[in-house]
Design a protein around this ligand. Structure first.
Ligand code: NAD
Ligand code: TYD
Length: 362
């Protein structure tokens, strides 16, 4: 029986990918996740009893364990999501990003190379290692720069982005040097169900519903290119199935929005779907706070290569995706309560306590 191995499949994007894979592909998945603060088995409740899903709690930095899992499950492909993924955490504590994103990817590559080298020649040719990465490796754009393409030079600005860039370089080197059939995807900001509420969109929804301030860093005019998470999963499936080994594919939503636009959209949706008892808008909770150090001004993805070569383009518009997202959070209060545990509260205190609040940009 064929199967794939996914790392980080209990996190936001990985769990959405695994759920869609099980529902649509009928092929087994071994899901390897350390279950850090960001990993959540509640994301996978609907496939807990599904025989196509094998969950293993393990650290990608443990090369021997990775080698043992590859020998045991014999996957035809690896889709590598596992990472430390939050820029603000990388600013307050970069060490974990170096360990997991760089050393962990290296350790997984080494275990994969040993496994792949020993495969029979037809399986060796068909094997794929897919590195899931970010547009943040390309750095920042000014308002009139063209969007990031696959040939834009890397210029990462945060410890998170630098650690992902390093991992992308290692993956590239394993293709160039050893001939390992690797693929890399660099995607823009995702949003959707199961998004941990430390990131902008789920933080704003959950804070709004809890009557708390909606913190805008700096002037709120930073631009991100938003993509609904299931569209990202569909793009990864296309690249895995038909991408050319050694190639990179940029994935984006063609949805450039300022942070303030995003927050206004969320407030309007919440005003419609869950109006406040006093009749006021959630917009009254918007608060300007001190900016993120080294804050990238604009990200934008030129996603023409993946559309031209693999026929992928996003299905959700910003409007349909955001509505689905807000509806999902409104219907999953228990999931929210569960992730907002002691550790989460400590993070909120650490990240926001030193940022004085104001009604105008600071
Ligand atoms: P996430 O933080 O929600 O999930 C990361 C998952 O990896 C968690 O389940 C965590 O337990 C697991 N993990 C962390 N360290 C591990 C380790 N050492 N060993 C095994 N598992 C470990 O992240 P996400 O937002 O789902 O992002 C997934 C991937 O997609 C990352 O590689 C990220 O760089 C990339 N990406 C994210 C976005 C985005 O907008 N979130 C955009 C583009 C690319
Ligand atoms: P985030 O969701 O952390 O993603 P990334 O930094 O990887 O793009 O942040 C998205 C944007 O929202 C980014 O410009 C930072 C901004 N932001 C705020 O203004 N306030 C917040 O409380 C957070 C978490 C983010």
């Amino acid at each position: 029986m064929q199967m794939i191995l996914v790392t980080g499949g209990a996190g936001f994007i990985g769990s959405n990918f695994v759920l869609d894979w099980i529902a649509g592909q009928g092929e087994a998945v071994v899901n390897v996740d350390k279950l850090t603060y960001a990993g959540n088995l509640n994301n996978l409740t609907s496939i807990r009893q599904n025989p196509l899903h094998h969950f293993v709690q393990a650290d990608i930095c443990d090369t021997e364990k990775m080698a043992a899992l590859l020998a045991q499950y014999q996957p035809r492909a690896i889709v590598h999501f596992a990472a430390e993924s939050h820029v603000d955490r990388s600013i307050l504590g970069p060490g974990a990003f170096i360990t997991t994103n760089i050393n962990g990817t290296f350790s997984l590559l080494e275990a994969s190379r040993a496994y792949w080298s020993a495969l029979p020649s037809d399986e060796k040719a068909a094997f794929r290692f897919l590195q899931v990465s970010t547009d943040e490796v390309y750095g920042t754009l000014s308002a009139d720069d063209p969007a990031f393409s696959e040939t834009t030079p890397f210029a990462p600005n945060s410890p998170y982005a630098a650690s992902k860039a390093a991992a992308d370089h290692l993956v590239r080197a394993y293709h160039h040097t050893y001939g390992m059939p690797t693929l890399t995807t660099n995607c823009s900001n995702n949003y959707g169900p199961f998004h941990f509420p430390e990131k902008l969109i789920p933080l704003v929804i959950t804070n709004a519903l809890a009557g708390k301030p909606l913190p805008i860093y700096g002037d709120g005019q930073q631009v991100r290119d938003w993509l609904f998470v299931n569209d990202h999963g569909a793009a990864i499936r296309e690249v895995l199935a038909a991408g050319t080994p050694g190639e990179t594919y940029n994935i984006g939503g063609w949805n450039e929005k300022t942070n303030l636009d995003v927050v206004h959209t969320l407030c309007a949706l919440l005003d419609e779907l869950k109006p406040k008892a006093d009749g006021s808008s959630y917009q009254t909770q918007i608060t300007y706070v001190k900016d993120r150090p080294g804050h990238d001004r604009r990200y934008a993805i030129d996603a023409r290569k993946i559309e031209r070569e693999l026929g992928w383009k996003p299905r959700e518009t910003f409007e349909t995706g955001m509505r689905k997202t807000v509806q999902w959070y409104l219907g999953h209060q228990e999931w929210i309560a569960d992730v907002q545990s002691g550790d989460y509260l400590k993070w909120v205190e650490q990240n926001y306590a030193g940022r004085t609040a104001a009604t105008e940009p600071q």
